[in-house]
Design a binder for this molecule. Structure first.
Ligand code: CDP
Length: 244
């Protein structure tokens, strides 16, 4: 997409009609893949993300196993058709980096010490990308981990805030990410108020940075409610099926 003249209109609304502090429409579903131990699907604006979890299971290769805890592995991958210009299916440097960043954002939530000598593997597939896919990937993967029944301190949820046309904005889409002044992705465990990822691209004053963090945390808290509803919805379905 070419560079738009402005990212905000005269009324201060964004290109998709959102207010500055408004999230994209978001929906999630848990337990959608029959052959994974846990899975989840998320749509956030035009982002479409699928996450699958396997484990805890025996580690291959075996020498990677740790005597006192499980290892957590993560692969973030963009489908070739997920972006405007066909992406090579081979892992890019960006995907390798994001896989690590996402793993590190999720690890503090998982009780790895419960499962020594095992691995927990997370696969995140970006089916359609429109900015903020590392955050959407974290939110989806946390749900898939919970769906796999892996004990966690809390769900992890992520959201970005940033700046476009001089104003702070929440939950950046691709155009705002590309042509805006800054992007601050943040992941947290809202139930215990712990931040597990904080990055920044672009520049902000200290005051703006603090405000952006507060906005991103507020976005996370809203998405957290949707996450919990998605988990509950699965168990309502399971309950109905068992009662039939
Ligand atoms: O997705 P996120 O904002 O976490 O990561 P990014 O590296 O800041 O990428 C921003 C956006 O650029 C992605 O969400 C995609 O929409 C787009 N992108 C793309 O069009 N082609 C790529 N090969 C990689 C990213």
């Amino acid at each position: 997409m070419s560079k738009p003249e402005k990212l905000l209109d005269k009324k201060g609304l964004r290109l998709d009609g959102r207010k500055l502090d408004e999230l994209r429409p978001i929906k999630m579903e848990v337990g959608i893949l029959a052959n994974a131990d846990g899975s989840a699907y998320l749509e956030q604006g035009r982002n479409k993300v699928l996450a699958a979890v396997y484990g805890p299971k025996e580690v291959h290769p075996k020498h990677l196993a740790l005597p006192d805890r499980a290892i957590l592995r993560c692969r973030y991958h963009m489908a070739p058709f997920s972006v405007e210009e066909r992406k090579s299916p081979a892992p890019s440097r960006r995907e390798i980096e994001l896989s690590k960043v996402i793993r590190d954002a999720l690890e503090p939530a998982v009780f790895l010490e419960y499962y020594p000598r095992t691995s927990i593997d997370i696969f995140i597939e970006i089916l359609q990308a429109d900015g903020g896919t590392r955050c959407a990937g974290i939110t989806t993967a946390a749900l898939a981990l919970a769906d796999a029944g892996i004990p966690m301190r809390d769900l992890v949820v992520a959201c970005a805030a940033g700046k476009a046309d001089g104003k702070l904005i929440l939950d950046l889409m691709d155009l705002e990410d590309k042509y805006g002044e800054a992007d601050v992705p943040l992941a947290m465990m809202p139930g215990i108020n712990a931040v597990t990822l904080l990055q920044m691209d672009g520049s902000l004053t200290l005051e703006e940075f603090e405000k952006a963090i507060e906005m991103a945390m507020e976005g996370c808290r809203k998405i957290y409610e949707v996450q919990k509803e998605a988990l509950k919805a699965k168990y309502v379905t399971v309950k109905e099926e068992t009662e039939e």
